[in-house]
Ligand binder design. Structure first.
Ligand SMILES: Nc1ncnc2c1ncn2[C@@H]1O[C@H](COP(=O)(O)OP(=O)(O)OP(=O)(O)O)[C@@H](O)[C@H]1O
Length: 737
């Protein structure tokens, strides 16, 4: 069972001493829903629910700290009690009157003991640490040190202090809390430690093996944090999975306030200076076009963040430049539904992506919408094992992702195995009427994974190099992508932004007008179709290698607009390998010229020279006319064939022109049949299934290759697991014999 808002304080208190796994047992087993309920608890009660002696000691200390820090006394009466809980994180000199928190402490360098590196951002390195507070408490903290060369720059210092100023006024369960600053060199920002690191790293690492119900909980928590910012008239401007931090197994907090700005009472939006960098792929159209940011543009970003979460952090608008994204969005293209996203949540995401900012919901409305979009949880009545289906044991809890009365099979995630697949709807009984599942199943076991390490780590900024998804003069104005410096060496999005000129202008300048086709078709050295170049100075970003290696598994980037065939034709002439003569052999051929048509008639042969000449003239002009007609027809047919090739290439990601041409040839030039054949071949080459099975799977997924591939991957994982289970059972049976 998931955490509820009223006892979020309990979860956080337990998380502080790494005992959050006892949350359900303490809340439901010992009935503790308020801090003073601990007064009635004995050590034996803790022992009874499995808490060891040393853990009990830690817990009692945390309870004592909680009581003395004033958190419980400062509870503000509010409908939303979780928000009213003023969580001082055990900092004795910080938790004062609700809503008027004290300024963050000035922390001495000597009070900090720094440990392992957690990551690095634009300011510099972030390290884990312990803060030995003046009152003797030791707090786990995250310490952001400003790079020494940066702190000498006036702009950098100003930005650093701006982030500190913004952060120190924030106080919410789902917002990373600032504890204090160290003002000696190097400058440091000391914040609450989110033990799990960024959600981006976690989800990339876990890849499809994450409880989707927990993701729903996170969507609620992010909305709650953003609603708080909205109520304080702050615009975050950089909401993305990389900036959502995991404070405990079931608790996320929004971090990174480098781009945040406050709105005065008379303004409803903020127009950024055009030289500032912005994370294109997360931005609302009005931010891309006019640099306008508002609560509504934060809502758009929230939608993109949810999309990231439910795709396990794929890149939104992969491979498209800012201008291309804007072009697509203005033509009503939106990010596709992630296959694992519960249907109601996707409906909500689409509302966040309303083109007109006024049509988007507010965060206050979104918190209600998220609550209403909670996926249904059911238990199953009996074991269910069928190939290619979601395998279930009796009483398994399933998070339902897609359901309706008409469907005999629902899509769901088995909370025990975390596999996703179809299962018979008739097996499901709603959680409320199901017998209580055993405690081990009530909370899905999960661990907090360490962030993915590695040099070629994609950063969640839309590219391996964050600079590539943010405006940057080098990228957008030079007409060529150059690998940026390693992330560690990058100047901050606050500081370096001063040096990042014209990012926004770069998005806008030379933007094609609505309805205009943006650019020519480009092909790579293998003849594969590349997304269009919008303008000569627009640059394609390199793709995530994971996508490259799983080209047919991962979603293709949104379809580029229909290519300009004139360019295709010119390029084809320039680059013969793209359209080898033999490759068009499937096209209907012209009949060979009949000799009779080109030879003078017998009668003519016997006539006068004059007649002969006039006849010859007539036949020559006839010949010329015929030849012109043939050229015209040939040209038309060539264009038609190129059109078909383009159409199929757009529909099937990653195929070469030759493959498409051959498929068209085999299917009498029918593009739909060729498309299906190519998809079938791609799926077949990915799996061990028969072609017939692949065909069924594709039909089931309406020929969406990406969804079908995902389905197949999960299915083969499940099959492998089942096979090893069978093997184990066989071995133990043999041992018994
Ligand atoms: N409070 C925290 N607790 C745990 N880890 C943190 C915390 N703050 C930051 N980190 C880790 O350090 C990394 C860098 O954080 P930082 O906020 O400096 O940069 P960023 O947001 O990733 O990038 P940028 O500042 O360029 O937008 C994060 O990705 C995260 O993994």
């Amino acid at each position: 069972m998931l955490m509820d808002k009223d006892t979020q304080w309990l979860y956080q208190l337990l998380a502080e001493v790494q005992l959050e796994k006892f949350y359900t047992r303490i809340r439901d087993g010992l009935n503790i829903t308020r801090i003073d309920h601990f007064n009635y608890v004995k050590d034996a009660d803790f022992e009874y629910i499995g808490i060891s002696k040393p853990a009990q000691r830690r817990l009692w200390e945390a309870v004592k700290r909680y009581k003395t820090s004033g958190r419980s006394r400062n509870k503000v009466s509010s409908n939303r009690s979780a928000d009213a809980e003023h969580w001082a994180g055990g900092v004795p000199n910080m938790g004062v009157e609700a809503g008027t928190r004290a300024l963050p402490s000035l922390i001495q360098d000597s009070e900090l003991v720094l440990g392992e590196k957690l990551g690095s951002g634009s300011f510099g390195v972030v390290r884990k640490g312990d803060w030995y507070t003046p009152t003797g408490t030791v707090l786990p903290v995250a310490v952001k040190s400003l790079k020494s060369d940066m702190s000498r720059q006036a702009d950098t210092l100003k930005d650093f202090l701006q982030e500190v100023t913004v952060m120190q006024s924030l106080d919410h369960t789902n917002i990373i809390r600032l504890y204090g600053v160290v003002l000696t060199q190097p400058l440091k920002m000391v914040t609450e430690l989110a033990i799990g690191g960024s959600l981006y790293d976690i989800l990339r690492f876990r890849q499809y093996k994450y409880p989707l119900m927990r993701l729903w909980l996170f969507t609620a928590q992010i909305a709650a944090g953003m609603e708080y910012l909205e109520s304080r008239r702050y615009i975050h401007r950089d909401l993305a999975a990389r900036n959502v931090l995991l404070a405990a197994k079931e608790l996320v907090k929004i971090g990174d306030f480098g781009l945040m700005r406050g709105l005065s009472q008379d303004k409803d939006h903020y127009v950024m200076a055009s030289h500032r960098r912005i994370p294109f792929a997360w931005c609302a159209p009005e931010s891309l076009r006019t640099g306008s940011f508002s609560h509504a543009s934060d809502v758009w970003m929230y939608g993109v963040t949810l999309w990231e979460m439910f795709t396990f952090c794929e890149e939104p608008w992969c491979g498209l430049s800012g201008r291309e994204i804007l072009w697509h969005v203005e033509r009503d293209t939106r990010l596709e539904k992630p296959p694992d996203c519960p249907q109601e949540l996707f409906v909500m995401m689409k509302k966040c992506w309303a083109f007109n900012p006024a049509d988007r919901p507010s965060f206050a409305q979104l918190t209600t919408m998220v609550a209403e979009a909670k996926p249904m949880e059911v238990h199953v009545t009996r074991d269910f094992v069928e190939p290619r289906k979601l395998q279930l044991a009796a009483n398994d809890a399933v998070t339902v992702l897609q359901h309706s009365k008409e469907l005999v099979e629902w899509l769901g995630q088995n909370q025990r195995t975390l596999n996703v697949g179809l299962f018979p709807a008739m097996l499901a009984i709603p959680e409320s009427t199901a017998s209580n599942p055993p405690p081990s199943q009530a909370v899905t076991p999960a661990f907090i994974s360490p962030p993915v390490k590695g040099s070629l780590q994609h950063t969640g900024h839309g590219d391996f190099q964050p600079v590539n998804s943010w405006g940057s003069p080098a990228r957008l104005e030079d007409g060529g992508w150059r690998p940026g410096p390693a992330r560690e060496r990058e100047p901050t999005n606050l500081k370096k932004m001063a040096g990042m000129s014209r990012s926004l202008e770069s998005v806008l300048s030379g933007h094609p007008a609505r309805g205009q086709t943006p650019g020519a078709v480009r092909v790579d050295q293998h003849g594969r179709l590349l997304p269009p170049v919008m303008e000569s100075n627009s640059v394609m970003m390199p793709r995530d290698p994971r996508r490259m290696s799983e080209a047919s598994v991962n979603p293709p980037p949104p379809r580029p607009p229909l290519p300009n065939l004139k360019h295709l034709h010119i390029k084809a002439q320039k680059k013969p390998p793209m359209y080898p003569a033999s490759a068009t052999s499937w096209m209907p051929q012209f009949p060979a010229q009949k000799p009779a048509q080109t030879q003078p008639s017998q009668g003519a042969a016997t006539g006068s020279n004059l007649i002969k000449m006039s006849q010859m003239n007539r036949s020559t002009s006839q010949l010329n006319e015929d030849s012109r007609e043939r050229d015209r027809t040939r040209e038309q047919e060539k264009l038609q064939s190129q059109n078909l090739v383009t159409q199929v290439m757009e529909a099937v990601h990653g195929v070469t022109i030759e493959e498409v041409q051959s498929a068209l040839q085999r299917n009498d030039g029918n593009p739909l049949r060729a498309e299906k054949q190519l998809k079938l071949e791609q799926l077949y080459s990915l799996s061990l299934c028969s072609k017939e099975d692949c065909n069924k799977i594709l039909t089931l997924h309406q020929w969406n290759l990406q969804q079908a591939s995902r389905y197949l991957m999960r299915w083969s994982r499940e099959d492998r697991a089942a096979a090893s289970d069978r093997e184990r059972q066989q071995i133990s049976a043999e041992r018994r014999v």
